[in-house]
Write a protein that binds this ligand. Structure first.
Ligand SMILES: Cc1cc2nc3c(=O)[nH]c(=O)nc-3n(C[C@H](O)[C@H](O)[C@H](O)COP(=O)(O)OP(=O)(O)OC[C@H]3O[C@@H](n4cnc5c(N)ncnc54)[C@H](O)[C@@H]3O)c2cc1C
Length: 330
């Protein structure tokens, strides 16, 4: 793709200090440990670097794919030779705002966010301490566990909107969070830069105790010793994916190196040499079998990127509160 090659050349010239890996295998950047090379993977130092990178790509009519901690993505073995990925791993600023809310950049891990809240005597993020994702990925997916979801804690989110190269601040309501869903999933071109989390006052020791309890539960129930992308399927209405998969007799069922975890049927694990095709074929087999067994259609929770994945950097306009940049006041 000529445009992408031109963009990479310009980015190298314009941003000489940028960490830019070319033809980088994605197996090293996701919790599944699966995935071939992506044409470029960049990790800007800060929000300014990230927005500059987006601007340079946009000049070539390209949009980046955004990577958080890679704990909810299946990358294709064939690689993504036409894709430019931006990792948020270096966007890790986090601090208390004067009014007591927490500001956290997209690359802050959810476990660090939960610990920071605990250290500051703030309760409401205990559920997130064992979720291995980042703030950006967590907000994109409205991550949740043990009855809590990020939507219950986040007050506002700042995004860089690629089609306009403008920044917006969205209120919690505007983020339209649902079960493992958000406005950002439906609106192509949203790069989450940061979130503000408003929590209740609590006792640090009680908060820590709750976090220890939930993490012990996680270790007991989940196959944390094997690579995976967490729950393979969303919870269907009125039931649990793991129970349905178990009832369909699929616990331990394997396709190549991909297996329905023996410990928790809701997880598809990589037993060592799984390919993305193994995982995909296994997921489809699970869907078919569960449908035949209980007439429930399971919907994947992880993001499955096909080998011919392309990004659209445009989408419908929505009224948003503009922070700065662009031209119109909404
Ligand atoms: C062992 C294990 C346990 C898990 N347990 C849970 C759990 O209890 N609850 C739960 O909800 N999930 C769980 N997950 C899944 C996963 O951790 C969450 O979905 C998490 O929120 C994903 O965050 P991430 O940073 O890894 O996102 P990624 O996997 O990197 O990305 C996920 C999606 O978000 C997009 N994205 C990431 N960052 C940004 C950004 N800054 N701006 C725009 N888009 C972005 C990506 O493009 C992608 O589409 C688990 C996963 C594992 C491996």
């Amino acid at each position: 793709m000529e445009q992408l090659e031109l963009a990479i050349q310009e980015i190298k010239q314009e941003m000489p200090g940028l960490e830019l890996k070319e033809n980088e295998p994605m197996s090293g950047h996701c919790s599944f440990r699966i995935g071939g090379p992506v044409r470029a993977l960049a990790a800007p130092q800060d929000v300014t670097g990230l927005t500059r990178l987006c601007y340079l790509l946009k000049k070539h009519e390209l949009a980046p794919y955004i990577l958080g901690n890679g704990t909810n993505i299946l990358f294709p073995d064939e690689g993504l030779k036409d894709l430019f990925i931006i990792s948020t791993e270096k966007l890790t600023k986090m601090f208390l705002l004067p009014d007591g809310a927490i500001y956290a950049e997209a690359g802050v891990s959810l476990s660090k966010l939960a610990s920071f809240a605990q250290q500051n005597g703030l309760t409401g993020l205990e559920f997130a301490s064992g979720i291995p994702g980042s703030v950006g990925g967590g907000l994109m997916m409205n991550a949740g566990a043990y009855g809590g979801e990020l939507k219950d804690a986040v007050e506002s989110v700042v995004i860089h909107f690629l089609p306009e190269q403008a920044l917006y601040e969205l209120t919690n309501e505007q983020c339209a969070f649902g079960y493992r869903s958000s406005f950002f999933q439906k609106m192509p071109g949203c790069v989450i830069l940061s979130g503000v989390f408003r929590l209740e006052k609590g006792e640090p020791e009680k908060i820590a105790e709750k976090m220890r309890e939930l993490n012990a539960k996680r270790r007991e129930k989940q196959p944390l010793d094997l690579p995976s992308a967490g729950s393979a399927f969303k919870r269907p209405e009125g039931g649990f994916a793991a129970a349905l998969i178990d009832e369909a007799g699929l616990k331990g069922y394997a396709v190549g190196g991909a297996q329905v975890s023996e410990k928790h049927a809701g997880f598809v694990v990589n037993t060592g040499d799984a390919t993305s095709h193994d995982v995909y074929d296994l997921m489809m087999h699970i869907r078919r079998t569960v449908w035949e067994h209980s007439k429930v259609a399971l919907e994947p929770e992880m993001i499955i990127l096909p080998p011919d994945y392309r990004l659209e950097d445009h989408g419908p306009q929505v009224p948003l509160h503009r922070v700065w940049g662009g031209t119109e006041e909404a």
